[in-house]
Design a protein around this ligand. Structure first.
Ligand code: COA
Length: 165
């Protein structure tokens, strides 16, 4: 019934509605992750949606960031599942699918700001992001990293900033 497909330009209005419901209409001002996406486009190869026959029920995106000025990395998010479909495994399917794709495309590591319980099963840990500095601090444990190439994030330190495109 549900299918993971690449995001299409025509999906934008429905994705915006989904994000309004999930993160609020003030998300650009209030959420730290959005300050890392200013003036940067999401990576088209890593933007996926989950759709039914004639509706869109979930979305995931990834953005390019730089650590310490010159080390590329992915920033995951937002991940959102429509209220009507939550708890049915769609979020985890989108997460697994997109991370596998990021690995195939040769990306080295992924950062996320989110609930640790949700991301830990996908090998995200706060330890890997412990020496990375966000534009503003977030609650302990929420800033996490995951290595797609072993050793790519361990020992890294410095600021995280949007990658110019
Ligand atoms: C978080 C979200 C993406 C999860 O998607 P989903 O399709 O409902 O989740 P899934 O069905 O794949 O996974 C369900 C499991 O995750 C857990 N879970 C769901 N939301 C969670 C959260 N915010 N924190 C921790 N665990 C969570 C559930 O308890 C459930 O656990 P179980 O498998 O042990 O029963 C969805 O609830 C959502 O869009 N929330 C609003 C936006 C948001 O918070 N996005 C994530 C940013 S970090």
């Amino acid at each position: 019934m549900f299918q993971v497909t690449p995001e299409r330009p025509g999906d934008l209005p429905n994705i915006e509605k989904l994000l309004d419901q999930s993160f609020g209409t003030d998300r650009l001002q209030t959420r730290v992750a959005y300050s890392l996406r200013l003036d940067v486009a999401p990576l088209p190869d890593l933007c996926f949606v989950m759709r039914g026959p004639n509706f869109l029920c979930a979305s995931i995106r990834y953005w390019p960031v730089l650590i310490d000025g010159d080390k590329p990395c992915l920033l995951l998010g937002p991940l959102a599942v429509g209220q009507a479909w939550r708890g049915g495994g769609l979020g985890k399917i989108l997460l697994g699918h997109s991370l596998a794709r990021a690995k195939v495309l040769g990306h080295n590591a992924v950062l996320v700001i989110g609930d640790p319980e949700y991301y830990q099963p996908f090998d995200f840990t706060a330890d890997l992001a412990a020496n990375l500095i966000l534009p503003r601090p977030v609650a302990p444990g929420r800033f996490q990293g995951c290595e797609l190439i072993p050793g790519s994030l361990a020992g890294m330190s410095g600021t995280v900033a949007p990658a110019p495109q």
